[in-house]
Design a protein around this ligand. Structure first.
Ligand code: ADP
Ligand code: MG
Length: 325
C-alpha cells in the first residue's frame, strides 16, 4: 500500500473509530501512543491473529469479522478478570476496498464502544488478509484470575452454552448435516460462530470468588485441561450438566455433548469457585452460568457420561499444531 493511501486509510477508518478515554494521553498519529494506568493496577495484555482461510472464511461478512477480531481479545481480558482499556490493530490487506473497510471498522467500533475500549494505534500493510489485535486491560495483580489457582474441592463452572460455534463450523465445512435442523437453528449457530459475546461482566464479577479461569477458545476439554495442568489437579465433570442451547438440544444427544466438550470458538468462560463460596456466588452474581463438575486430587479429566459411566477424557480440543487436526 502506498504511504499516502495508507495514511488516508488510517485517517478515514481508524483515527476516530472509538470514543476517547481520559487515560489516553496521546492516541493514534504518532510513533507511539502514550497511556496511563490507574494506581495499584497492572496492565493485562493479550494478542490474537486471525488469518483468512485459517481462522475465518475469506468471504465472511466484514462487519462480523470486525466484531470477532476484537471479541477474541476481549474474551482473554474477561478470562483474566481485567477491565478493557485500549487496543492496537495490525491490519494486512490485499487491497484497499472501501466497502469492506467501512463494514469491518463498523463491526469493530460497535463492540469497542460497548466495552469502552479505545483504539490507540496499529499498523497497516499490504498482503494476504490477516488481522492482529492486541488488547490491554486493567487488573489488580493479586486479583487476576489465573489458570494456576484451582484447588481440590473447588466447583467447576462454565458461562453461557457450549458447542454452538463448533456446530456452525461443521455445517460450514460440510462435515456434518442434520436434516432436523431448522433455518433458525442454523442461523443461531452461525451467529454464535461469527459474533461471539465476550464475557467481560462475568469475568469482573468473578474477581471476588473464583480461584481460576480460562476462556473456552479451543474446546472445554482442552481449555479446562490447561487449568488442571497449571493447577496440578484433576477434575470430574458431569456430561448431563453441560449447558446446551435449545438449538443444540435439537440434535442427537451424543453429537451435542461431543460438540460441547470438544469444539472451540465459543468464547465462554470456564472457572472454579471454592465450595464454601458457592451459595454467596450464586446469590450475588447474576448471569448465565452453570456448575458442571468438581476439582479433585486425581490428575486428568474424567467425565460421568449420560448413561452414568465414568470415562477418562484425553483433551482433543482444536490444536493448530497437532498432527491429526
Ligand atoms: P510508523 O511509521 O511509526 O510505524 P505508521 O505509519 O505505521 O507509523 O502509523 C501512523 C500512525 O497510525 C501510528 O500512530 C499508528 O499507530 C497508527 N496506525 C497505523 N495503522 C493503524 C491501524 N490499522 N489502526 C489504528 N492505528 C493505526
Ligand atoms: Mg508502521
Amino acid at each position: 500500500m502506498s504511504t499516502q493511501s495508507e495514511f488516508s486509510l488510517i485517517e478515514t477508518y481508524f483515527t476516530d473509530l472509538t470514543s476517547s478515554r481520559d487515560d489516553v494521553y496521546l492516541g493514534i498519529g504518532d510513533d507511539c501512543a502514550l497511556l496511563s494506568c490507574p494506581v495499584e493496577h497492572v496492565v493485562a495484555v493479550s494478542i490474537d491473529t486471525l488469518v483468512a482461510g485459517i481462522h475465518f472464511f475469506a468471504d465472511v461478512d466484514p462487519e462480523s469479522l470486525g466484531h470477532k477480531s476484537l471479541a477474541v481479545g476481549l474474551s482473554d481480558l474477561a478470562a483474566m478478570g481485567a477491565k478493557p482499556a485500549w487496543f492496537t490493530l495490525a491490519l494486512t490487506l490485499p487491497d484497499s476496498n472501501d466497502a469492506w473497510l467501512m463494514a469491518f471498522s463498523k463491526g469493530l467500533a460497535i463492540l469497542a464502544k460497548q466495552y469502552n475500549i479505545q483504539l490507540v494505534g496499529g499498523d497497516t500493510t499490504k498482503g494476504p488478509l490477516a488481522i492482529s489485535i492486541q488488547v490491554h486491560g486493567f487488573i489488580k495483580p493479586e486479583q487476576a484470575l489465573r489458570r494456576d489457582g484451582a484447588q481440590i474441592g473447588d466447583l467447576i463452572y462454565v458461562s453461557g452454552t457450549l458447542g454452538d460455534a463448533g456446530a456452525a463450523l461443521q455445517l460450514k465445512l460440510q462435515q456434518w448435516d442434520d436434516e432436523v435442523l431448522t433455518v433458525q437453528d442454523r442461523h443461531y449457530f452461525y451467529h454464535r460462530l461469527e459474533k461471539p459475546s465476550p464475557r467481560i461482566d462475568v469475568g469482573l464479577a468473578l474477581l471476588e470468588f473464583a480461584t481460576s479461569a480460562i476462556d473456552i477458545s479451543d474446546g472445554l476439554s482442552s481449555d479446562l485441561g490447561h487449568i488442571l495442568k497449571k493447577s496440578r489437579v484433576g477434575a470430574t465433570i458431569d456430561l448431563t450438566k453441560l449447558p446446551l442451547s435449545q438449538s443444540l438440544q435439537n440434535i442427537s444427544k451424543t453429537k451435542a455433548v461431543e460438540l460441547a466438550l470438544n469444539s472451540g470458538d465459543d468464547y465462554e468462560l470456564c472457572f472454579t469457585i471454592p465450595a464454601d463460596k458457592q451459595s454467596l456466588f450464586e446469590s450475588t452474581v447474576d448471569g448465565e452460568y452453570r456448575q458442571i463438575g468438581v476439582i479433585d486430587a486425581e490428575l486428568g479429566l474424567r467425565a460421568i457420561s449420560v448413561d452414568g459411566q465414568m470415562d477418562t477424557i484425553t483433551g482433543s480440543g482444536y490444536d493448530h499444531f497437532s498432527t491429526n487436526s
